[in-house]
Design a protein around this ligand. Structure first.
Ligand code: ATP
Ligand code: MG
Length: 750
């Protein structure tokens, strides 16, 4: 059977129409990624050379999976595709062309820790208050500027931006941006945003480079287009300008990166930018049961800003969505672990059929504990990955500094590792000197006596420099693995960890060995053309946290952001509580709430067969036990798709405090109120006198009630069948709604 026969009609059309601009806007699980994959295979079968095809994905993992699937159709030629994340593809282009912008090809890619550390030192050098100039928020502002292609010069001349900064009491952000850019450049380093920003500058100012890549990329394809930012959009538009063979796929309902500058407007602009655009809609979902698809639709309907789509499926109804209510976050963990255990037994499923999705990484701890107790293997995607561990960052720091001795952040990390008596004062002096003389720290190190006289410090620094030079020689003469081993030994790092006989020390030593193994595997891998240490480091610095995977059969734990594009048989979405999900930080405006709702939509649509939703009535957050209220999103799911709560005793989920469960709904919440829905009742009512919180047993037919979102209404009928009491309410402005009373938080108007 040909691969074309496994596609439905609109999918096939999208695969076979290879010329000209095309946009596929389609619902979750409708085969967008599958279409892209087959389209590339199809192009190659028609004789298009793989190096003429550029395919941009959201994670390296997605790229790898796609490449493997294409390989099944076209064979090993698929390895020559230009396929990867925006960042990795543009880093590759900048390695070749960065010299046009004044960078050397061995530039370092600063990760977010490096960027933060650099910002901190600038704030300190400028004598600014770091409580006011919080490094993360300063960095966020700079990042935002870059993603909108605003250079530091443009930033400083932009009265709107500088006014904003002045109003927020931080008038120096422009200057910090400038200094940050200068120091990165001097360190021959780019941060993640620079990879996009500089590619834009490259194509804008160097037409010969633009011409070359325009010629090369005869076909451009982009997955998850809804999450591209302006900077990414402009690059792809430029690249595709000659051949106009650009195909983007996305789902506006899954746009979840606005906080990082992703712009849903790109989808809308696309039609304007390409008047010949062909638009294909895919509406049939192949991933999930009827129940899951319809429940997801019932939620996303609440968003005003969306393109019209009707996602449907011919799959089975499946089982209703299971609700899990827990007394505490620890109990939530236990209930979920038990549920996974039982599902595995009953349906003989592997661990890999399960995913637990949460809003914030901090939620994983209680879940991990419970899974460990039941001996269920799990992996966390996006937590502290291997490459973020201290011992790994240390050795990588050495490798980075050897390759690019201009790299100040790497220098700061390693200069006193292992201890050689070089303190912060010396490092600061070196950096000040480098800024004064506008030369790199490395140049000063190479002429240390001229700058610092002939004391002990100079001696130590001089032997450090000599050592790094010997490492550089290793890199020149040996393969990446041998050179890295020389560096691990010569630096003393390996020895230091070896000598540490504590358990942690052993683990760290093994981790370092593991890194060397990874380099060996990199060198041995026939797929890697460039086997240099430089190429290895580049790959490491671009690993996103979603790429951190083991082969073992395990349950996947991750944030919803990380789960984009993936699918699992059983999905648990946990922590469905007000102020956690939707997040308190994201409730400043309607747009924020809509983004949180899209996130919920993404989470629901990851499930193929069974979906479980859970919340706890109490949870430790920021070191305090707080009371929680069920998330408003639970009310938004049409109740016909949900079961009532799982009886906790039946799952053996630990102690059960029924009084707390009942009262948990009616307790006033200690946290901030929801700004957009608070409203003072009209007329002469006042909340304190005439409203009282719902006790489901007190509600009666005919009663007047107020709901936080739907406003005023009258109870039409009450259904006491089943475990949870439901009421049909006719609202003045929203018509009739069926609500589960224990969620609905109805206020009785007397
Ligand atoms: N025509 C088809 N026949 C059978 N299975 C299909 C078909 N199209 C897609 N699928 C399957 O449906 C699932 C979802 O497809 P895919 O991941 O490509 O969807 P998507 O639109 O990219 O989803 P998302 O929005 O989550 O990224 C996959 O398992 C895929 O193999
Ligand atoms: Mg997809």
């Amino acid at each position: 059977m040909s691969y074309l026969d496994t596609l439905n009609e609109p999918q096939r059309l999208a695969v076979e129409t290879t010329k000209g601009p095309m946009m596929i806007i389609a619902g979750a699980g409708s085969g967008k990624t599958r279409v892209l994959t087959y389209r590339i295979a199809h192009l190659m079968q028609q004789g298009v050379e793989p190096f003429n095809i550029l395919s941009l994905t959201f994670t390296n993992k997605a790229a790898k999976e796609m490449r493997e699937r294409i390989e099944k159709v076209v064979g090993t030629e698929a390895r020559n595709l230009w396929m990867g994340t925006f960042h990795s593809i543009f880093a590759k282009i900048l390695r070749f062309e960065g010299h046009l912008l004044g960078y050397q090809s061995n530039f370092t890619i600063y990760d977010s820790d490096d960027s933060k550390s650099l910002i901190k030192s600038i704030i300190k050098d400028f004598n600014l208050d770091d409580k006011l100039y919080k490094p993360n928020s300063v960095l966020g502002r700079i990042s935002n500027a870059k993603n909108n292609l605003i250079s530091w010069r443009a930033y400083m001349n932009n009265s709107e931006l500088t006014m904003d900064d002045e109003n927020s009491g931080r008038p120096k952000i422009g200057e910090i941006y400038k200094e940050y850019a200068i120091r990165c450049f001097r360190a021959n380093a780019m941060d993640f945003d620079d990879l996009l920003f500089n590619t834009n500058i490259l194509f804008q100012n160097h037409l010969e480079a633009l011409n070359k890549y325009q010629d090369k990329f005869r076909y451009v394809l982009i997955d998850e287009f809804q999450d591209t930012n302006l900077s990414q959009y402009l690059i792809t538009r430029r690249l595709a300008a000659r051949h106009q063979n650009i195909c983007v796929v996305g789902d506006d309902a899954q746009s979840i990166y606005a906080f990082r500058g992703a712009n849903i407007q790109n989808i809308l602009n696309f039609e304007k930018d390409y008047p010949d655009l062909k638009v294909v809609k895919l509406e049939q979902n192949y991933r999930s049961t009827q129940t899951i698809v319809q429940a997801a639709n019932s939620v996303i309907r609440y968003n005003k800003a969306q393109l019209k789509k009707n996602v449907w499926t011919s799959n089975d109804n499946g089982t209703p969505i299971h609700m899990i209510k827990a007394a505490t976050d620890a109990e939530e963990g236990r209930l979920i672990a038990t549920s996974i255990f039982e599902e595995k037994m009953q349906r003989t499923l592997p661990n890999s059929a399960f995913a637990i999705l949460y809003r914030t990484n901090a939620q994983s701890r209680a879940l991990e504990e419970a899974l460990r107790r039941l001996n269920i293997k799990y992996k966390i995607i996006g937590g502290l990955s291997f490459y973020q561990r201290k011992e790994i960052k240390d050795i990588v720091g050495y490798l980075r500094f050897t390759i690019n001795p201009q790299d100040v952040e790497a220098f700061k990390r390693i200069i006193n590792l292992p201890k050689r008596g070089i303190g912060k004062t010396t490092v600061d002096k070196l950096i000040v000197r480098s800024n004064e003389t506008q030369t790199s720290v490395w140049e000063i190190l190479c002429n240390i006596e001229r700058h610092f006289g002939a004391g002990r410090t100079s001696k130590v620094l001089d032997s450090f420099t000599t050592m790094v030079k010997s490492f550089q020689l290793s890199v020149e003469q040996k393969n990446a693995y041998d050179a890295a081993t020389d560096i691990a030994r010569g630096s003393g790092l390996l020895r230091e960890l070896y000598d540490d006989k504590s358990v942690e020390g052993r683990v760290r030593y093994e981790n370092l060995q593991e890194l060397l193994n990874a380099i060996k595997a990199f060198v041995d891998d026939p797929e890697n053309e460039d086997k240099s240490l430089d190429a290895f480091l580049q790959q490491v610095s671009l690993l996103s946290s979603a790429d951190n995977e083991t082969d073992e059969d395990s349950v996947t734990l991750m944030t919803i952001h990380m789960s984009k594009g993936l699918e699992f048989k059983n999905v648990y979405i946990v922590g469905l509580e007000e102020n956690l999900f939707p997040s308190q930080l994201m409730l400043e405006s309607r747009a924020d709430l809509e983004e949180e709702r899209r996130l919920f939509y993404v989470a629901i649509t990851r499930a193929e067969q069974k979906l479980f939703l859970s919340y706890a009535l109490q949870r430790y957050r920021f070191g305090k036990l707080i009371m929680c209220e069920p998330s408003r999103f639970l009310e938004e799911i049409d109740p016909q798709f949900m079961t009532s709560f799982l009886p906790q005793g039946a799952l053996g989920g630990g102690s059960r405090d029924t009084s707390m469960h009942r009262s948990g709904f009616t307790r006033k919440v200690a946290t901030k109120p929801k700004p957009q829905f608070t409203r003072v009742p009209k007329g002469n009512h006042t909340v304190s006198q005439n409203f009282k919180p719902n006790n489901p047993d007190e509600l009666q037919q005919g009663q007047k009630v107020e709901h936080a979102k739907f406003g005023f209404g009258k109870i039409v009928s009450i259904d006491t069948h089943g475990k949870d009491k439901r009421a049909k309410v006719h609202f003045e402005n929203f018509g009739e709604k069926t609500l589960i009373l224990s969620f609905a938080k109805l206020m009785i108007c007397e």
